[in-house]
Ligand binder design. Structure first.
Ligand code: F6R
Length: 261
């Protein structure tokens, strides 16, 4: 995998927004897989600024969700559908019709998961998948020991993830749903270009294990080692435990500009 160390979250957001812009210029109806949480917000803000300034035409872009809470009422402000509508679809000026996600309120959750995997395949597959990383190394909501071949399915959040996400639920861990639907690791690995952004010191251990540790389901993000074109963008704080940081810096500094990410 390629590791790019940027000075801060804003620079990471700008770099990835540039990559999305370049993809949309080659493929205007690209399918963009989007993550939620705090980390990707600088990407969405930078991309929306490019759309507003006319530098990017995102009008034909298609967007798909990575994961969703199970059991939140439809329209709950913290459902990931609501978050993506608020942070991505509206700022990019897209319509809801260009957006798909798993149905976290479905009565038959298993059927909803299978339907979502099928819908992704029928849409031609995900061109660029944005990912954050959990402090426990999860991608999507594939918690430690998720099958590296997993498909979209229901998962149970770890206590750590519920504590981490309580900030979106008035600081109350009890309000954070226990169950989620998440694209599986196998599903994520089918995307043509997964890009993981990690910022802040709290992610440094998970990043080091992902990049320099062995491939292991106990660190789900390490599955990106299997992808022929995975990119990990980290700020200085999240890179602070990488032993090969200087090598990654030198490699990126001498990379031909035409290659992009
Ligand atoms: C969210 C998701 C999660 C988050 C991760 C990091 O859609 O899939 O894997 O990316 O929990 O969250 P933040 O960015 O809030 O630290």
């Amino acid at each position: 995998m390629e590791v790019v160390i940027v000075p801060d979250a804003t620079a990471g957001g700008e770099l990835i927004a540039e990559t999305i812009a370049s993809l949309l210029s080659r493929k205007p109806d690209a399918l963009l897989g989007v993550a939620t949480g705090s980390t990707p917000l600088p990407i969405y803000q930078a991309l929306a600024a490019k759309v507003r300034s006319g530098a990017v035409d995102a009008s034909r872009a298609r967007v798909c969700q990575l994961d969703e809470y199970v059991g939140l009422p439809v329209g709950h402000p913290e459902s990931y559908r609501s978050v993506v509508l608020r942070e991505v679809i509206e700022p990019l000026g897209l319509s809801e019709a260009s957006f798909m996600g798993p149905d976290g309120a479905a009565e038959d959750v298993q059927a909803a998961c299978e339907a979502y995997d099928k819908a992704l395949a029928e849409a031609g597959g995900v061109d660029l998948q944005l990912l954050g990383i959990g402090t426990d190394g999860h991608i999507g909501f594939n918690e430690p020991c998720s099958s590296l071949a997993s498909r979209t399915r229901i998962k149970t959040l770890t206590e750590q993830t519920r504590v981490d996400n309580a900030r979106f639920f008035d600081g109350d861990t009890e309000q954070v749903p226990r169950h989620v639907i998440t694209q599986g690791i196998g599903t994520i690995l089918e995307s043509r270009h997964p890009i993981l952004l990690a910022t802040g010191e709290g992610k440094a251990d998970a990043v080091a294990l992902t990049v320099e540790g062995p491939l292991a389901s106990v660190v789900p993000a390490s599955a990106l080692q299997l992808h022929p074109h995975a990119t990990v963008v980290v700020d200085e704080a999240a890179a602070s435990k990488l032993k090969l940081a200087d090598y990654f810096r030198a490699t990126y500094a001498s990379k031909p500009a035409w290659q992009g990410l």
